[in-house]
Design a protein around this ligand. Sequence first.
Ligand code: AHM
Ligand code: MG
Length: 340
Amino acid sequence: MDHAADAQRTDLMTLTRFVLNEQSKHPEARGDLTILLSHIVLGCKFVCAAVNKAGLAKLIGLAGDTNIQGEEQKKLDVLSNEVFIKALCSSGRANVLVSEENETEIYVETSRRGRYCVVFDPLDGSSNIDCGVSIGTIFGIYMLKDGKAGVVSDVLRPGKEMVAAGYCLYGSSCMLVLSIGNGVHGFTLDPALGEFILTHPVMRVPRKGKIYSVNEGNAKHWDEPTKKYVEIAKFPTGGSVPKSLRYIGSMVADVHRTLLYGGIFMYPADKKSPNGKLRLLYEVFPMAYLVEQAGGQAFTGKERALDVVPKKIHERSPIFLGSFEDVEEIKSLYHASGLL
Ligand code: AHM
Ligand code: MG
């Protein structure tokens, strides 16, 4: 019998145990991040279960619809948002919250306030729910700057100031990918145990990839560097092989594939949407943080994505992220175009 493999099978590294181990390396840590993350994990497990039975439970439908009992039905994204907000508030470790679903930031009541600010998209890619395509939750965490009462400037900060970021992918299996500033680690939900188990330690994005991922239907409106990049991807010169196109239209799934297989994911600016589509705080920043932690790069078309200072909580930004060399290529096209 292979004793090493057997020992690994029975010595399960759960996400909570992993975070506790990492935090114990910092003598000043009080366990707050572990508690906060375990509440985010609870939200992810709830959403995972709801996504899996969405059709059965008739959770699909427009918010405001009524079901046959005359009760108001909640759309999955509305339900997910409520679950995350309640879990975060009751953790006692959160302070300012920003959700894609809420117009304004949320301040946790005084008696339950903690040191962390959480920005999140509870159910990203929700237009894909009805056809069974993978969707996900994205989150980023900042530590309060000072004092106990959080203010909006505690979240209007560049992504490089985040202390942790992650996403949960509700796909063929449910996976939570996390960085607390120590590389990127992937955990898969074991449905029998109800626990996220470390299955992908130290994820590194390949240095160069063979895939580009973009909504090409917007090509007509792209700027020159983006057009040129995609042109080269399809019609390379010098005997190179063309790249493959993969675009799910669900950011978590597209970024997850990029982390594992390499390549570039982009949602560029275009003439219709000069700031692109994706939101800086809870889509671009957490993914840029993870990609950099995995050895890749994230660029807005002007600068390193994690350097951008947001002015509004729902601000958008163009994004190019993925394999180091692929992002380097688009950066040099922007430089050459004189647009920088
Ligand atoms: P959402 O927050 O409304 O779900 O929109 C975000 C999604 C991302 O998951 C995805 O990358 C992008 O929108 C796809 O947009 P498009 O349909 O324009 O290609
Ligand atoms: Mg979204």
